[in-house]
Design a protein around this ligand. Structure first.
Ligand SMILES: NC(=O)c1ccc[n+]([C@@H]2O[C@H](COP(=O)([O-])OP(=O)(O)OC[C@H]3O[C@@H](n4cnc5c(N)ncnc54)[C@H](OP(=O)(O)O)[C@@H]3O)[C@@H](O)[C@H]2O)c1
Length: 351
């Protein structure tokens, strides 16, 4: 008979070595938001509410829209009716590029060529080729550049990595993760429009893929099965990633199904479950082979503040890249996305 499960006392971040950074201790920098859309709103709220930094300027293709955005998410920010005006604003230290990924290369190059540091929403571009162009420009300009893979900076992910490093579940053998979101079909929607680099993979699938890559690195082989929407972009995709020593990731993404958006890391001596939504601030439960369990609960609040605070620290220190989400990480994840699209026959306009 299996030993009864023993629930260990709730562990603190310190117990799990999952350092919860003091967001307010990060230096203050001045953010400029490029593209007054949905995610730019929550990012700006996080910066203003949880860090010492401020959003000092907003750039939109429409001055009225920039003003509305500032009123809602960045009171007092200077408003610009073009992205060109935003990137030349002398009061902006770092530009946060929050346009659709089809336009990340063009809009990020604008900022880099104006000498600005950049944080670019995920995925950094549509493809490895575009990423390499973007990163080469950042290298040449000597500016800070990072893809906004905010999950990597969340407290429960730090706790997860610390627990794995301590051998709490033995050796990691399998990562199971999905991000399935039911989005009403609309050929003009960001998730379905080829001209906006639509598809579940680049928008949603990047989360489980980057998560598996964070724990296991670049895979040896990539096997993909899936379907495409009427517009030709992927909409329901299963991926199996294999590593040479037998480790596997079993991942799924969909714009047509409503999933739990959970992740499980299975090791030789236990497993770790991260419930909905594994890529946002949430809980993490370790179940060991002896039946004992421990749970870590993330602080609440806008999670994009963690990446924003990290960028503030790095830029102030004179760094040009993050060692937690490196340029190599960005390109390796992009390479998995490229290969998945190749296997499904998804090609974007101009490729
Ligand atoms: N980190 C996260 O949790 C998260 C979540 C969702 C999305 N994202 C990423 O963030 C990016 C933006 O997503 P979103 O949901 O914020 O999109 P959104 O609400 O549609 O906003 C995108 C903004 O980009 C600007 N834009 C410039 N050219 C455009 C074009 N041709 N078509 C449409 N908009 C254009 C628009 O701003 P102006 O009109 O003001 O110029 C628009 O408001 C995507 O790369 C996405 O993958 C990240």
């Amino acid at each position: 008979m299996a030993a009864p499960s023993t629930f260990a006392p709730r562990l603190t971040a310190a117990d799990l070595d999952g350092t919860v950074p003091d967001l307010l201790a990060a230096p203050a920098i001045r953010w400029g938001v490029l593209g007054a859309g949905n995610i730019a709103g929550s990012f700006s709220d996080g910066v203003r509410e949880r860090t010492a930094s401020d959003v000092v300027a907003v750039g939109s293709r429409s001055l009225d829209k920039a003003a509305d955005f500032a009123a809602a998410h960045a009171p007092g920010a200077r408003v610009h009716g073009s992205y060109e005006a935003l990137v030349t604003d002398p009061d902006v230290d770092v530009v946060y590029v929050a346009t659709p990924h089809s336009h990340h290369l063009e809009h990020t190059l604008l900022a880099i060529r104006a000498g600005k540091h950049v944080l670019v929403e995920k995925p950094i571009t549509r493809s490895v080729a575009e990423s390499e162009t973007l990163l080469a420009a950042a290298r040449e300009a000597g500016v800070f550049c990072m893809e906004a893979m905010w999950t990597r900076f969340l407290p429960h992910v730090a706790a997860l990595r610390a627990a794995i490093a301590r051998g709490e579940i033995g050796q990691v053998r399998t990562v199971v993760a999905e991000f399935d979101l039911a989005v009403p079909y609309d050929p003009a929607h960001r998730l379905f429009a080829p001209e906006l680099a639509g598809g579940a993979l680049l928008d949603l699938g990047i989360y489980p893929i980057a998560f598996a890559h964070d724990l296991l690195g670049a895979p040896e082989t990539i096997t993909v099965r899936g379907t495409r929407a009427e517009t030709g972009v992927d909409d329901h995709v299963a991926l199996v990633l294999d590593w040479s020593d037998g480790q596997q990731a079993v991942l799924h993404t969909s714009s047509r199904a409503a999933g739990p958006n959970a992740a499980t890391i299975i090791g030789t001596q236990g497993h770790i479950e991260i419930p909905r939504s594994f890529f946002t601030p949430t809980t993490m439960t370790i179940t060991r082979a002896d039946g004992t369990t421990s749970t870590f609960e993330s602080p609440t609040g806008e999670g994009k503040a963690y990446e924003a605070a990290e960028v503030a620290r790095l830029v102030t220190a004179g760094a040009t890249a993050s060692d937690r989400h490196t340029w190599a990480d960005t390109v390796e994840v992009m390479a998995i996305l490229d290969e998945a699209r190749r296997q499904l026959g998804v090609v974007y306009p101009g490729e």
